[in-house]
Design a binder for this molecule. Sequence first.
Ligand SMILES: [Zn+2]
Length: 296
Amino acid sequence: MAEIQRVLVVGGTHGNEKTGVQCVKALNRNISQFRDRSYTVGTLLANTSAIEKNCRYIEQDLNRCFSNTLLNGEPQNVEQKRAQEINSQYGPKGDDSATDWIIDLHTTTTNMGLTLVVHQNDKPALQMAAYIQSLIPDAVIFYEDRDPAEDNFLGSIAKHSLLIEVGPVPQGLLRWDIFKLTQDGLFHALDFIERYNNNEIPVLPEELHTYEFIEKLHLPRDETGDICGMIHPDVQDNDYQPLNPGDPLFITDEGETICYDGSEQVFTAFVNEAAYYDQAHGLSLMRKKIVSCGSV
Ligand SMILES: [Zn+2]
């Protein structure tokens, strides 16, 4: 029997990221093209309340509601309740999950292109990312080794997961280039699973060049906490670029440059992400990390 039996493609985990929602709807209309696969493909629109209102979330980011603690506690808001519904239908999170693989589709307002996010030390998921990168060389891999119990992302309720993040696209609208790039990434991921089940994975690089999250930086804020500056023009649209101590980073409303005050070279990501403004974050800092795809 094939190892991967049930695959779930998810869109709308963030309700204003329309590309994923559109990919799921298009997949539903054309699901017959996957009829002869060794696994079944299901689809899910995750945060239905937020999709209806065209906002990221109603009360809490749904993609932070899938830790064991929140899944097993009394739900405190609409998203925690929805997370528990999804977990009971498609999980339960852990080794007995009914879902073998979740592919969760996201977009970003930043100039990150196609980013493949692997959140656990999971060899098949890293191989999937490497496989997609071999076909779309500009794709970038984010890798973190999270404790599965504490991993609060939706994909963590399946045995394996990959999050596909594509930009730039504004929240709440569709663009063909972003839709197509997302769909290409998704279809390569589904092709990978077929190859995986049939022991037909092509030779992949031994070492993967990935980025690892360090921290988010706040935008300039005044004494009351109001945002009083923005991303410096030298950094705007420059995701995955080196940022050295002393480099321009922010610019105040008065035009004063604020430089990066860290002590070592880092790399930029999620530069001026609209979804970060709820907490006044301006960007993420990353470090490069080489991960061995064969020995994890
Ligand atoms: Zn998202």
